[in-house]
Design a protein around this ligand. Structure first.
Ligand code: FES
Ligand SMILES: [Fe+2]
Length: 467
């Protein structure tokens, strides 16, 4: 255990020696927007967490009753249900929801349960002109009002006004559709702040889902999510990323109760790599090798990461120039004022409790995690959003490809090299879950800085459960 340096004696003040996020921004080849300098770290204590938050069935039940009904949940993307009558089935935390596009373009979210004897009304996403229960045929209009009861002479005790489908609040931002089961509390805009401000440049409403893969994971949803809230496990879990990833240079930020973000630079060597004799070109070469590309003939490659780095230029600047040119051509939008950071780095935001959109101008990853039927499993989803050219029609999104608990992410070829990285993460998670059950002291420790996002998340969850 390192002795505290008196210069950084304040709890939470210590940082990885060397390059900081601010240094990188100061060296960016383009003027940097203020939101990238909006660093917000705040020390929140160093107490351990009880392992039971991840393993206890009673804790999971408390989440179901005290937390999930009160939060804005990311339920769908607009492109999942573009036309009137399109619907999405969203099951989470013991509830089933049916989001339906209305005639006026709005989206409404109904409890997806027949008010007769409780059959789920729809089982998968699709299109419908009405909602007829497949059991006895009770039927609702797409606006949730009752349409028809077969043998209605037998149901004269039911009052029509009580027979509309119960409904959740719906909010929309950036191409995302959210729902909240119990009305009241902050508006969606208030809840998401400062995400809408930060994403003004990155406009997720101009993007559509190109890839959508889900996988059942043998670990608690929070164990799984928290493995994506810090970059510092790269050193042993993803060592192949170290030559071009500033894992320990990551900036960690928290804002209020709901939002946190990590900014992880790419195109620099990890502080764990010995820089002796390593040129900037080596960073690029290692990246290409990791992608399974030869480094023999850069000029003939279409990959924007295939660049020759001239003497005196940083890999970040050379890669930034290449990416800006490539994105301008590919997406039909001018990227010339875009910073190196915005085309290279991982800007991973989390909104409480389980929504994680990436910022920047790279095709944006979006994560979501949902609890399983026991505390020991969850569903993790990965989408990749792609920017559309101006004026282009927004194509309907793909269906989710669902991987079983035994399938690797790399079975989803559409994830490319990401699948391999996620599989490395998955090699830890079931054994974290087993270890938490087996733990002698029943405690989980967190780093004061690099794991501040986990601490903030757990503190917010605890507030809901205490309410
Ligand atoms: S359960 Fe739906 S009509 Fe009977
Ligand atoms: Fe990872």
């Amino acid at each position: 255990m390192a002795e505290r340096d008196p210069a950084i004696d304040a709890a939470g003040a210590a940082r990885c020696p060397g390059m900081t996020w601010t240094d990188l921004l100061d060296n960016d080849s383009k003027p940097v927007p203020e939101i990238l300098r909006d660093e917000r770290y705040e020390y929140r204590g160093s107490e351990p967490l009880p392992a039971t938050v991840y393993t206890s069935a009673a804790f999971a039940e408390a989440e179901r009753t005290k937390m999930w009904p009160h939060v804005w949940q990311f339920a769908a993307r607009e492109e999942d249900l573009p036309e009137e009558g399109d619907h999405v089935v969203f099951d989470n935390a013991g509830r089933s929801w049916l989001l339906i596009r209305q005639a006026d373009g709005e989206v409404r979210a109904f409890h997806n349960v027949c008010l007769h004897r409780g059959r789920k009304l729809q089982l998968k996403d699709g299109w419908t002109s009405e909602l007829q229960c497949p059991f006895h045929g009770f039927t609702w209009n797409n606006d949730g009002s009752l349409k028809h009861i077969p043998c209605d002479w037998d149901f004269q005790h039911l009052k029509r006004q009580d027979m509309s489908l119960p409904e959740a609040e719906v909010g929309r931002w950036g191409g995302y559709v959210f729902l909240r089961e119990t009305p009241g509390g902050p508006s969606l805009e208030e809840y998401l702040a400062p995400v809408p401000e930060h994403f003004k440049r990155w406009k997720h409403e101009e993007c559509v889902t190109a890839v959508w893969v889900g996988k059942e994971v043998a670990a608690n949803w929070k164990v799984t999510m928290e493995a994506f809230m810090e970059a510092w496990h790269t050193i042993v879990t993803h060592p192949q990323l170290l030559p071009f990833t500033g894992d320990a240079n990551t900036s960690y930020n928290i804002a209020g109760d709901n939002v946190n973000w990590a900014l992880t630079p790419f195109g620099i060597m990890s502080p764990h790599v010995d820089p002796a004799d390593k040129k900037q070109q080596w960073i690029v070469d290692e990246f290409l090798k990791y992608n399974g590309r030869s480094t023999d003939n850069y000029e003939n490659m279409s990959d924007p990461f295939a660049v020759s780095v001239p003497e005196g230029i940083t890999a970040r600047k050379a890669l930034g120039d290449s990416m800006r040119a490539n994105f301008t051509e590919t997406f039909g939008r001018d990227h010339s004022d875009v910073t190196d950071a915005e085309v290279l780095d991982a800007f991973v935001y989390n909104v409480f409790p389980n929504f994680a959109p990436w910022g920047g101008f790279m095709p944006n990853i979006v994560y979501r995690w949902r609890p399983g039927k026991t505390p020991d499993t969850c569903l993790m989803e990965v989408r990749v959003l792609v920017r559309q050219p101006p004026g282009a029609a927004m194509p309907k999104g793909p269906e989710m490809k669902l991987l079983s608990i035994d399938q690797p992410w790399s079975d989803a070829a559409e994830l490319g090299v990401l699948g391999h990285v996620f599989d490395q993460d998955m090699e830890n998670l079931p054994f974290v879950q087993e270890g938490l059950h087996a733990s002698k002291n029943g405690l989980v420790q967190l780093g004061d800085y690099q794991e501040i996002r986990i601490r903030q998340f757990q503190q917010t969850l605890a507030k809901y459960l205490a309410a």
